[in-house]
Design a protein around this ligand. Structure first.
Ligand SMILES: [Zn+2]
Length: 56
């Protein structure tokens, strides 16, 4: 899946559940039951998920 800016996101359903598991292009992962919540989390990047390697 690709955002309008060309960044790559992955969203998978967890088998047997209503839970979505998303992986941001920065490597952070998030789970949600609501696809809208998932997209809001991804599109709010980097709020709530900082890119790897910037904490040093
Ligand atoms: Zn991110």
């Amino acid at each position: 899946m690709t955002s309008p800016t060309g960044e790559i996101y992955r969203i998978d359903w967890l088998p047997g559940t209503d839970v979505l598991h998303g992986t941001c292009h920065c490597g952070r992962e998030h789970t949600a039951q609501d696809p809208v919540e998932m997209w809001e989390w991804m599109l709010s990047h980097p709020q709530g998920h900082e890119p790897r390697g910037t904490s040093s």
